[in-house]
Ligand binder design. Sequence first.
Ligand code: NAD
Length: 267
Amino acid sequence: MSDKISIDLVRQWLQESKRVAVLTGAGISAESGVPTFRKPDARKPTSYKQASGAQASEDVYLWDKYDPAELASRSGFKKNPELVWQWYDYRRCLVERVEPNAGHIALVQLEKEIAAREGRMTLITQNVDRLHQRAGSENILEVHGNILTFRCFDHGHFASDVERGLKAPPVCDCSSLLRPNVVWFGEALDKDVLDAAMSSAERCRLFLAIGTSALVQPAASLPFIARERGAKLVEVNLEETPLTNSVDVFLKGSAGEILPRLLKSPA
Ligand code: NAD
């Protein structure tokens, strides 16, 4: 199937489907200049210079020697809370400097198009950068939390107003250290958020997986749940993933280029 025919087919499915579930991963934010965990080429300094200035492009190499899976874990935080805090502080400052890209904006438009014919789109994101919210998407499930809010390590007390640039985690009123309000590797997802994501996967007629390596569970199982319930499955990615063999249409390319072409009225 040619690229043009595939795009036309998916646009038609999107216009016919009342319930649509979209799963996004780090790839959709790569074009804003936020690095993915698994793609070294997404860390080319040029994208950082464009998006966030020379300082960020230098910093990214500083952090390249660390394994995100070790930093983003309870054991990593216990071992070296200052190091983990500084990594998140760097990432927080980065995401606050960049802007949503054409891919994020196309999903806002898609949600409006679906709502206009009394349908519903649920945007399930693994991203912790809040770029979907800043673009204007409304019905969002943040399955991995976000790095712009905080909770304490021992009791989960919530905090939002924390100074940037600190070299060590501040202390909560209960004396525990504050940590980012994200789901770390090995931690369970919030049950209500996960239930809502599963339910939207079960009920949708079309499931769109965008910029995710489809390796991190349980989010990676959502497209398969949708397919078992009879939904059509579409993937947008620069490269094939463990999901690709199971999809109805694989749209190879960048989210920022492909998503605007799926709209009824291009953004
Ligand atoms: P991942 O890093 O494992 O995979 C990224 C995927 O995006 C890859 O398959 C890659 O081929 C694809 N990709 C890269 N650039 C793309 C583009 N322009 N258009 C389309 N696809 C593109 O990401 P993941 O699957 O989200 O899992 C990693 C975990 O890391 C998640 O839990 C997520 O919370 C976290 N993470 C989040 C951010 C963020 O919030 N922006 C950034 C890094 C990691």
